[in-house]
Design a protein around this ligand. Sequence first.
Ligand code: SF4
Length: 106
Amino acid sequence: MSGLSESQTFATEWAESAMGKPPEDFWQARAACRGEHAYLFFPPNHFERKHEKLQRETAAKAICARCPVIEECREYALAIREPHGIWGGMTEQERKEALAQRQYAG
Ligand code: SF4
């Protein structure tokens, strides 16, 4: 989990936090990103080149694509306006655009 800031409320961190593992009926408990690949979902603490960012985000999105809780995760991230990382297969920018589209649609 290195590279994640304190403010990042990521499902994996939440699930494995000092509060203990979530009950199995929480969608976070079924997140495909739990474990060793969690570092892919947020930018590192060091400078990341554009192609490195794209590569990391593509790898994270591939995990999201096979995640059983992608819809729950995406809606949660949109609802709380999560500003960092890949959630529900979407980047920060993609979430901003989705929210803007929803607002425009009414
Ligand atoms: S959709 Fe992606 S970020 Fe969300 S829980 Fe699943 S793997 Fe993790």
